[in-house]
Design a protein around this ligand. Sequence first.
Ligand code: SRM
Ligand code: SF4
Length: 570
Amino acid sequence: MADTTVKLSEVEHVKDASNYLRGTLAESIVTPLTGALNPDDTHLIKFHGSYQQTDRDLDSERKRQKLEPLYSLMIRVRLPGGVASSAQWERMDALADEYGNGTLKLTTRQAFQLHGVLKRNLKKTIQGFNDVLLDSIAGCGDVNRNVMFNPNPHQSQVHAEVYEISKAISAHLTPRTSAYWELWLNGESKHNSLLSAGGDDEPIYGKTYLPRKFKIALAVPPHNDTDIFANDLGLIAIEEKGKLLGFNVTVGGGMGMTFGMLDTYPRLGDIIGYVPADKVVDVCEKVVTIQRDWGNRENRKFSRLKYTLDRVGLEVFKQELNQRLGFELEPARAYEFKSSGDAFGWTTGPDGAQHLTLFVEGGRVADRPGQQLKTALREIARFHTGDFRLTGNQNLILANVAPEHRILVEATLAQHGIQVAATQYSGLRRGALACVALNTCSLAFAEAERYIPQLVDRLDGVLAELGLLQDDILIRMTGCPNGCARPYLGEIGLVGRAVGRYNLYLGAGFNGERMNKLYKEMLDEDGIVEALTPLLQDYAQKRQPQERFGDFVIRQGYVQPTTHGLNFHA
Ligand code: SRM
Ligand code: SF4
């Protein structure tokens, strides 16, 4: 099935020649003449969890002054299931201040990001992670990324079991190269399970790794809070009487596309069958190896599993998977998803443990006038005996709060201007997702995280007049079509086209099972508000009981439903 006549992309050659992801990183990182890395190393550093970036707010001024751009590194810490201890939180908080830009970003895949790390500080930053058993290997790059799962295993016994499986999948698919600990940790890792193997053999990936990034998410119905259909591989837990049986398997999800290239498209995963729980890690490995062997290594725009699948056909893919597994997937089992968002405020688990889900706007943990979230969480980390759980919706759960700490948690938050209940925010704001975009993302055409609060302020005005302020409506914004905030799963999706201009997409399902459709192009803020106001008015008047906004705009004929990635542009 692999085509040996293809002209490999440049990145394939870089990986091939890199000696298992080393390249010339050791030299690049210490060269004092520039803040940048050697060009080939900019590809390799991703596998170590980092991206070279510039401060785009300063690019033109620095160019005018004939200075090189202000290079720095973004670094992403993988956390399977988004779980961090208090000690790990405190460390990330401190590293953000010491080497980063003083903020922590909670990503849409339940990871931490630091921005603005100068290359001379990268090693010290990674060593800081290692001290508290965190790492950034495979945070980015052509490998399996952070494995997503509902961040609260204490919700039920099934959640606890699925969390363990998500960690097992993550560990199984972590690259084995010793380059990471050799380059950053002087050959010594505190992370026994992960990096002590020390060999360069990559039994799953091989020396050129995957053709492109690969993403896995797990979910326990009825909550699709990891948007599993947006992943290359999704696993839907099937339980019976509170016991985990196995998983329905989805393949071929992905959000990215390129404007003007209709043969690129976001796509939701297809359900291909059911697998018992004890065989699920093997299924993940075999799907990864098929993509390793069959994925497009010529043109990175078509390298994701979704394009492999649409090229070879789902049936051929399933046959190959069954053959590599040595057994057949069973028919998929019944399940139902009802939502893809987070439930805010205090909850009590079946074991009586207390958990607090906090709204974190844009996933940015920062101190702002009147709201010192970063300080509040640091103070909480000093006494909190439970842990911190990052959600796939860029929010945060303080999990397992000791009963005697509940009042102290609330008081600490209140003292720093953070309210526990999220009802002071509109339903639109609570469910909003926005990618980083400017000023650090090199691919952004427009603002997202920095701008969405202002847009929601205006839309909240419209919603308030219509009595819809507390209705949950999913809005998602990105600065480009790559889809980092999964905008095509927003009931309202806004995708940056140019500075201050967005394409407006409508009609996604509230439960993450249907993508939206282009409604209007190149809108500025007034255009967005003008386009949405009559629809929201109509919704307030004519919606049926419990009808979601995404379903309503389809029933009213504003947009056609998207039934498959292949008709997303239709
Ligand atoms: Fe993403 C590239 C940020 C989740 C699809 N993404 C980037 C880069 C690294 C830009 C770059 O290549 O230079 C962004 C760094 C910005 C910055 O300054 O930090 C970036 N992506 C993010 C994060 C931080 C957004 C956020 O605000 O939370 C998310 C980090 C997740 C993590 O912890 O691993 C993030 N990115 C996603 C998701 C959502 C998801 O995975 O559920 C997607 C859509 C799903 C998918 O992969 O299809 C996503 N990011 C992309 C793509 C398009 C990939 C494609 O094959 O279509 C790119 C561009 C690329 O890879 O060439 C990209
Ligand atoms: Fe950057 Fe585009 Fe991803 Fe936003 S969606 S972080 S602008 S790559």
